[in-house]
Unconditional design. Structure first.
Length: 301
């Protein structure tokens, strides 16, 4: 089977996860229960998902010339991802997310670090990578100017684009008009369209695949709203479910599936991802998703 060529452009982080029963107050020291370093970043998560689900994946991003950077590149290579276009920069640390888990809650500090070095100039340098892709997948943990440049080059070479607008921020109207697919959740959708006039809102909605967690996914086609239901599973850890959904959606659309078929496949992949701990460790393989779909009575798309 020919693998679709998907280029993911986005963030690469090391997640530093501490579990504790007590959140320390200012000036206080407490004992933690466990600590883990876990590969993360929305760009890397989505790249791993697309690779495990059957795509030939290239990741464009940036890491620091440090231990975390080396570990993350090695990990991505082990996942079968082309890391040739991940830039290693001097004097800036690899991006991290410091995550504290306590009593079912979490607090997170993100330091973008080398992710901020994914600039429009870097994207322009890799124009031919974009031109040879079947699809481009983007998020918002890098400079918005770099995202705009990536979309411009993709449109120049007639390569479709999925933009996952997370973490949400105000985006230029022209950017929203140029992308082929937008994958916001309900909150993000509301923020995205707050400044769009009524004449353009319909066209914008036609691009949208709105993720609603346990309530499935809503798409808008031919003036009709359709909800594609989620799959019911025993949820262990929902971290990274959205990234798995986006990677799976990219793979399925690149294989020529209809939007409904692609969303159903992505729902199944996301459902399986939350049955295990960890954003990337929970991402299923293509064989696992196909087996799950074959066994599920819900699979009637």
């Amino acid at each position: 089977m020919i693998q679709p060529k998907i280029t993911v452009i986005g963030s690469i982080n090391m997640d530093l996860v501490t579990r504790t029963s007590i959140i320390p107050k200012v000036g206080e020291t407490v004992l933690g229960e466990s600590f883990h370093t876990i590969p993360g970043g929305k760009g890397a998560n989505q790249a791993v998902a697309a690779a495990r689900l059957g795509a030939d994946v290239t990741l464009i991003g940036s890491v620091g010339n440090d231990g975390f950077g080396s570990m993350l590149k090695e990990h991505l290579q082990e996942q079968g991802i082309n890391t040739e276009y991940i830039k290693t920069v001097e004097g800036i640390s690899t991006g991290i997310a410091a995550i504290t888990l306590s009593q079912g809650d979490n607090s997170i500090i993100v330091v973008s670090g080398a992710n901020n070095e994914v600039t429009p100039a870097l994207i322009t340098d890799y124009e031919q990578v974009i031109a040879k892709s079947d699809l481009i997948l983007l998020q918002l943990e890098i400079q918005v100017k770099a995202v705009i440049e990536a979309v411009r080059l993709a449109k120049k070479h007639k390569v479709p684009v999925i933009l996952n607008p997370a973490p949400i921020q105000k985006l230029p109207r022209d950017l929203l008009l140029q992308v082929d697919y937008l994958t916001p959740n309900e909150h993000e959708q509301t923020m995205l369209f707050s400044s769009i006039d009524e004449d353009e809102l319909y066209d914008m909605k036609e691009k949208c695949i709105v993720t609603k967690g346990a309530n499935g996914v809503t798409i808008y086609q031919h003036q009709k709203e359709t909800t594609i239901p989620s799959y019911k599973v025993n949820a262990i850890d929902t971290t990274g479910a959205g990234d798995t959904f986006n990677g799976a959606l990219a793979v399925s659309l690149s294989k020529g599936k209809t939007l409904q078929e692609a969303c159903n496949f992505a729902n199944a992949a996301a459902a399986l991802s939350i049955t295990k701990l960890g954003a990337q460790t929970g991402i299923p393989t293509l064989e696992e998703v196909e087996s799950f779909l074959g066994d599920s009575p819900q699979n009637n798309i």
